[in-house]
Design a protein around this ligand. Structure first.
Ligand code: AMP
Length: 545
């Protein structure tokens, strides 16, 4: 043996090993799940594992083989979790689909992925009926329910229930061993421009992420915690929480379809949830409910937020009013899960609240396994000085290299260009300033739509706000502010502008303010600015001769 040959054995990093570890070491830990039709069901890890193995046998009985793709159109629930493990563990590809994609795009991705089977929640039965005729590859449509809750409907494809599929199967299964670089899960980008692009996550990427994302300064998982991922399992693997929780032996609470403030708060309290994870729009709804009903969080200590920028006002409220620590993460479909996280260090905790909140409002430092840099338009690396802003580039163990079925790499000199504009401080803290397509170019200078939105939602009467840049005859683009007022509030444009006047630079002031009942929010909880741009894009030019 030479010196550079280690003495270690090599075992592939496979998702099936997470399941079997969880089942063997944390057999009695619970998975609590809200069914689509309302009831709450609980299983131990050991019971979940037995159901997973039954599903793996069912897939094999139906003739599915390694490399085949199985799609899900589903909420966060235990059957979806079982599919995660059974499909990937069998060497097949778990393709999670965003139900809010336009039906044409949904059919496109089912065809592009060549899915053989679709597992869907009864909620999405009408959607399935609409797209089935366009998806000839799909041989099996399975409703994630028992026979009693099977949807009925004209024009639906032949559907079997998940429970009937697994009922007679054995609960033992010999998991195959294969290369850890094999594709395990597939997720498509939201496709706001052009067709969605697929990211095929490997077993290796997922297992490595699950191993590190449970660390104390990331999600902070252990057998003593109970985590409620509101982040959807149909998008970026719910930040790999379904894997990291089972790896760490953490109680997993899956909320099903009801994500309103009252339902979430009730579940958090009844299941003694200690950690939650979700996008800011969900937390706005939760806080509004808790405030209106005069409630508290008795067990929840921490919430991890990402997907879009977490407004400073919400960070303050969670921390100062409700005693819930906020960790603010950044990631994208192409990064498998969270890639950076703002987490306060021991010395940060000594700072006054205001300074602590300012740290958390940024997107934070990379998790281990990830590197970031910002570059200018020529690709040159910019200094880490907190002010030089450029495109954020990322690389690491769970970052995409090329899109599914693409011939060409997505990388530029070994780094993935994120399309986000960011700055990095000397200590490595990253701040997202905007998306390249959302940043507002006014008179040759850049206005951050995120910073403006954050300033607006600090107004106590504002429920939600979005800022878009729209064509302007003199300045190229100017910001338009769209506001949703909280119920019972009735203030106007002047009050909003007055409120902003000592919070943002004069030339950042919105050119106009439009009040709306709601903002268009996509399936992943982000405001769909492209929809707003379509509707309001001509506002400053239309009136011109
Ligand atoms: P998606 O792939 O659909 O999840 O979108 C990823 C994009 O969401 C990123 O490229 C960012 O533009 C945005 N995003 C995610 N997390 C944050 C965050 N904490 N703050 C600001 N933007 C975010």
């Amino acid at each position: 043996m030479t010196k550079n040959q280690s003495s270690m054995m090599e075992r592939p990093l496979l998702i099936s090993s997470i399941l079997e570890h969880g089942a063997a070491q944390h057999a009695t830990q619970e998975v609590v799940s809200r069914e689509t039709h309302g009831t709450t069901v609980r299983h131990t890890y050991a019971q979940i594992a037995r159901r997973v193995r039954k599903l793996a046998n069912a897939l094999r009985t139906l003739g599915l083989k390694e490399g085949d793709a199985v799609a899900s159109i589903a909420w966060n629930n235990h059957r979806h979790l079982e599919a995660y493990y059974a499909v990937s563990g069998s060497g097949m590809v778990m393709h999670t689909c965003n139900p809010r994609l336009h039906p044409t795009q949904l059919a496109y991705i089912l065809n592009h992925a060549e899915d053989q089977m679709v597992l869907f929640d009864s909620t999405f039965a009408p959607l399935v009926a609409a797209i089935a005729p366009q998806c000839p590859h799909v041989k099996h449509w399975v409703c994630l329910s028992d026979d009693e809750h099977l949807p009925s409907g004209q024009g639906s494809p032949t559907v079997v229930s998940y429970e009937s599929l697994i009922a007679t199967q054995a609960d033992t299964f010999e998991w195959p061993e294969f290369d850890e670089r094999t594709g395990a899960a597939l997720c498509y980008t939201s496709g706001t421009t052009g067709n969605p692009k697929g990211v095929l996550y490997s077993h290796r990427a997922i297992v490595l992420n699950a191993t590190t994302s449970g660390l104390p300064d990331v999600l902070g998982l252990s057998t003593r915690e109970a985590i409620l991922p509101v982040v959807p399992m149909f998008h970026i693997n719910a930040w790999c929480i379904p894997y990291s929780a089972m790896l760490a032996g953490t109680k997993l609470v899956l909320p099903g379809p009801r994500l309103d403030g009252a339902s979430l708060h009730e579940l958090m309290e009844s299941e003694r949830v200690t950690i939650s994870a979700g996008v800011p729009t969900i937390w706005m709804g939760l806080l509004q409910h808790v405030e209106q009903a005069g409630l508290r969080f008795t067990t929840m200590r921490r919430t991890c937020v990402g997907g879009s920028a977490m407004p400073r006002a919400l960070i303050e409220k969670f921390n100062d009013v409700y005693g819930v620590e906020v960790r603010h993460g950044w990631g994208m479909t192409e990064t498998t899960a969270i890639a950076t996280l703002s987490n306060l260090s021991a010395s940060d905790w000594e700072l006054p609240a205001e300074q602590r909140h300012a740290i958390v409002a940024r997107q934070g430092k990379v998790t281990s396994g990830i590197e970031i840099k910002v570059v200018d338009e020529s690709g040159a690396t910019l200094p880490r000085d907190g002010t030089s802003q450029g495109e954020l580039m990322v690389r690491g163990h769970w970052i995409v290299e090329r899109y599914y079925k693409a011939e060409e790499t997505a990388l530029v000199n070994g780094w993935f260009p994120t399309g986000d504009i960011a700055t990095i401080d000397a200590d490595g803290t990253m701040t997202i300033r905007d998306r390249t397509k959302d940043v507002i170019k006014s008179g040759g200078e850049w206005i951050s739509s995120i910073d403006l939105e954050n300033a607006v939602v600090a107004h106590p009467g504002v429920a939600m706000a979005a800022v878009i840049g729209i064509k302007h005859p003199k300045w190229d683009e100017r910001p338009l502010l769209l506001v949703v007022r909280k119920p019972g509030q009735d203030f106007g444009k002047n009050e909003v502008l007055e409120f902003l006047s000592d919070r943002v630079a004069k030339w950042w002031m919105p050119e106009d303010v439009v009040f709306l009942e709601t903002l268009p929010v996509g399936g992943t909880g982000k405001v769909q600015k492209n929809e707003l741009r379509k509707q309001y894009g001509g506002l400053f030019t239309e009136a011109l001769p």
